[in-house]
Ligand binder design. Sequence first.
Ligand SMILES: NC(=O)c1ccc[n+]([C@@H]2O[C@H](COP(=O)([O-])OP(=O)(O)OC[C@H]3O[C@@H](n4cnc5c(N)ncnc54)[C@H](OP(=O)(O)O)[C@@H]3O)[C@@H](O)[C@H]2O)c1
Length: 361
Amino acid sequence: MSKYILPVSVFGTVFGCAVLLKNHVTGGRCPSKAKITGKTVVITGANAGIGKATARELAQRGGRIIMGCRDMEKCEAAAKEIRGKTLNPHVYACRLDLASMKSIREFAEKIKEQEQRVDVLINNAGVMRCPAWKTEDGFDMQFGVNHLGHFLLTNLLLDKLKESAPSRVINLASLAHIVGEIDFKDLNWEKKKFDTKRAYCQSKLANVLFTRELAKRLQGTGVTVNAIHPGVVATELGRHTGLHQSQFSSSVLSPFFSMLVKSPELGAQPSIYLAVSEEMEGVTGQYYDVMTEKEPAPQALDEDVARRLWEVSSRLVGLEEEGGQSDKSKPPAEVQNKTAQTDPAQIQRQSAGAAVSAVGL
Ligand SMILES: NC(=O)c1ccc[n+]([C@@H]2O[C@H](COP(=O)([O-])OP(=O)(O)OC[C@H]3O[C@@H](n4cnc5c(N)ncnc54)[C@H](OP(=O)(O)O)[C@@H]3O)[C@@H](O)[C@H]2O)c1
C-alpha cells in the first residue's frame, strides 16, 4: 500500500498546482480596460465557445455587436442572454453559414446596407476534425468554413472596414498551423485519402497566410489584421474528435481535461486584447500566441505561398470574376511587410508539432 503513497501524492500535487496555476500560465485577462462605445463589432460563430464569450465581453465594453451564426435559434438565445447579462441592448443575431457562399454574400449585403460602420471583424467560427464533409459549394468543410468562408466575408466587408478606419480584423488561427501544409494540387481533399487532422491544420495555416497577405494589401488603409492562437480552451470545438465521441472519454477523461484547460471567458481574452487594446493600434500582419506576439511557423512566412493562396481563394469564391474586391486590395509592389524578415531556424517546429498532435488543436 505504502508504495502507492508517493506516486499518488506527487500526481495529486502536480495536478492541483496545474489547476491552480492554469489561468496564470495560460495568459490571464486582457490588460486594457478600453470601452468601445460607438463601435460596431462583427463576430462569426458567436453562439458558443470563444465567440460567445468574446461577444459578451465586447458588449460589456459598450460595443454594438453583430453575431453571425448558422443556427438562428442558438444565436437568438445567446444574443438574448448577452443583452440580459450586460444590459447592452445593441447585440444582434444574424444568419451566417460560412459553409455557403450564398449565405456569406447575403450576410455581407445586410451588414453593408444596415450598418453605418464596421470597426472590428472577428473571424472566429471554426470546425475541427469533422468527417470528410463538403460545403454547399463543394469545398472541404474545414478549408471551406475556416479559410474560404472568412476569406470571402472579409473581402466583401473591406470597403466598410476601410470607411470605418482605423479598424481591425482578427483571425482565429491555431498553433495547429505549425504542422499544416498547403496542398495546392488538392486543397479540397478530392485526390488523396482524407485526413481530418491534416485538413484542420491546412485550414489553420491558411488563416495565418491570409492574415499576412491581407496585411500587405491593406498597408496605408488604416485597417489592420492579425492572427491568434487563443490557447487550449474548453469549448465544443472537439465535438468531432474521439474525446467527445466515446462514452469513457466524454464521461471520465473530458471533465479531467476541462479542469486543465482555459474557460471560454479566458479563451476570449486574446481576441478582446487584439480588438480593443491601445497598444494594438497600427499593429498588423502579426501572429499572437495568446497575447504575446510570436513568429509563426516557417511555412506561414512564405510570401509566394501566401500570394498564391490568395489568388486561388479569389478564384474559388468567385471574387476574381467580379474584377474587384480582391484586386482592389493589392499593395503597391514596393510595399514590404516587415513581418517577412524572419529566421526560420528559430522555430522549433518538430517539438511544437508533437505538442499540437497530442492536443489536436
Ligand atoms: N478551443 C480551442 O482550444 C482552440 C484552439 C485553437 C484555435 N481555436 C479556434 O478558435 C475558434 C473558435 O473555436 P471554439 O473553440 O470556440 O469552438 P466552438 O465552441 O466549437 O465554436 C465554434 C463556433 O463556430 C461556429 N461554426 C461552425 N461552423 C460554422 C459555419 N458553417 N457557419 C457559421 N458558424 C459556424 C459554431 O456554430 P454551431 O454552434 O452552430 O456549430 C460555433 O458557434 C475556431 O476558429 C478554432 O479553430 C480554438
